[in-house]
Design a binder for this molecule. Structure first.
Ligand code: NI
Length: 188
């Protein structure tokens, strides 16, 4: 089932998320729905707060980047209760976007190498290292479960420049070709 994606301005994108356990109801269905929702919106990552659930869960599938970055072939994963234990290296810029913030893309600086601990969809505990674009996608989604959006990382000037755009997103004054839920949309 395709779920509506929560737009910028919704408090759920800012809330502290909670860890889940094996008893979390219908987790398989939720994960399937998140993949369906992400593919429908042509995203490469989706975090639970973006579909209104304040839990430590995100998914990624970087297949769309695999043509340019062969090491991303098959990079499809579920991260449950993740913790980034280390971030290293010299920061690099990449032009990021977000399904909750349609129509805005900006360069964001992040460190290139990460170590992450998490449970996969079968509740196997993993510790893995990622770098480059794979790390980037994980860092962006991880920020979501920490209540952080990529626009928070921009310079004060850039923030000022996109302020009205962000406001329009919250109000639903944008064109978007997937289902969204807008916090400030007034029903007409
Ligand atoms: Ni995002």
């Amino acid at each position: 089932m395709i779920l509506p994606i929560v737009a910028y301005g919704d408090p759920v994108l800012r809330k502290e998320t909670e860890e889940i356990d094996k008893d979390y109801p219908d987790l398989d269905i939720l994960i399937n729905d998140m993949f369906e929702t992400m593919y429908n919106a042509q995203g490469v990552g989706l975090a639970a707060p973006q579909i209104g659930k304040s839990i430590r869960l995100f998914i990624v599938d970087a297949e769309p980047f695999a043509e340019d970055e062969p090491e991303l072939e098959g990079f499809k994963k579920v991260f449950i209760n993740p913790i980034i234990v280390e971030e290293e290296g010299k920061e690099w810029k990449f032009n990021e976007g977000c399904l909750s913030i349609p129509g805005i893309r900006e360069d964001v600086s992040r460190k290139p190498d990460i170590t992450i601990e998490y449970y996969d969809e079968n509740w196997n505990l993993k510790e893995e290292k990622y770098s480059g674009l794979a790390a980037r996608i994980i860092q962006h989604e991880y920020d979501h479960i920490e209540g952080i959006l990529f626009t928070d990382k921009l310079s004060p000037l850039k923030k000022q420049l996109i302020k009205s755009k962000l406001n329009n997103i919250a109000k639903g004054n944008i064109k978007v070709n997937y289902r969204m839920r807008f916090p400030l949309l007034k029903s007409k």
